[in-house]
Design a protein around this ligand. Structure first.
Ligand code: HPA
Ligand code: MG
Length: 217
């Protein structure tokens, strides 16, 4: 995927007011703005699913990076399943889950914890993997995860990330599929969290200073 094909929501003009859409009242003070409304996320995932199916020639092991990736994973897999019932070629799917944690408050802890058992990792030998992640921020989590997965000899590894943050802290890692390029702000919603809060919000939003204080670890 070419950077020209990402949807760039970094310009200021892409911010929607909280009044433009419906948000849960328990979060009104905790959000600055809506960055990507839920409907646009869903429409974009339909397109990413089509690109992934067109690029695949054989079974895919789709690996969800928990917890933040679960919503994107579920909606992406649903879109691929729908494409599989159409007239084009179909892609058999196996679904897998990896748990990774590296953030406290809005800071990367520098330590990336990956939980996948050795027996589960042995199953990926010779398979085509598609890693499904919510956001690439510094890129450290993904680089560490990829090097761990490659030790177990998959045939190929591709990464789909719904969001790619434009940050000077980036290590330069760019995923194969990107839904949206987002600004260097802490974003929440659509399963992305701040200390486990905001996963119950459908739109992708920028957290407010009030929200950062209210839910600080
Ligand atoms: N939001 C939520 N989780 C994250 C972010 C973010 O901006 N960056 C890295 N993990
Ligand atoms: Mg994540």
């Amino acid at each position: 995927m070419n950077p020209a094909d990402w949807i760039d929501v970094t310009p200021e003009s892409f911010k929607y007011s909280l009044d433009h859409f419906v948000i849960p009242p328990h979060y009104t003070e905790d959000l600055e703005s809506i960055l990507i409304p839920h409907g646009i996320i869903m429409d974009r995932i339909e397109r990413l699913a089509k690109l992934i199916v067109d690029d695949s020639d054989g079974p895919l092991v789709v690996c969800c990076v928990l917890k933040g990736g679960h919503q994107f994973f579920a909606d992406l897999v649903n879109c691929i399943k729908k494409l599989n019932t159409g007239l084009g070629h179909s892609v058999p799917l196996h679904l897998d889950f990896i748990k990774v944690k590296s953030y406290t408050n809005d800071q990367s802890t520098g330590e990336v914890r990956v939980s996948l058992s050795e027996t589960e990792l042995k199953d990926i030998k010779g398979k085509n993997l598609l890693i499904v992640e919510d956001i690439i921020d510094t890129g450290r989590t993904m680089v560490k995860l990829l090097s761990k997965l490659r030790e177990f000899d998959p045939k190929s590894v591709r990464v789909a990330s719904l969001l790619l943050k434009k940050t000077p802290l980036s290590n330069g890692y760019i995923p194969d599929y990107v839904g949206f390029a987002v600004p260097d702000s802490f974003v929440v919603g659509y399963a992305l969290d701040y200390n486990e809060y905001f996963r119950d919000l459908d739109h992708i939003c920028v957290i407010s200073d009030h929200g950062k204080k209210a839910y600080a670890a």
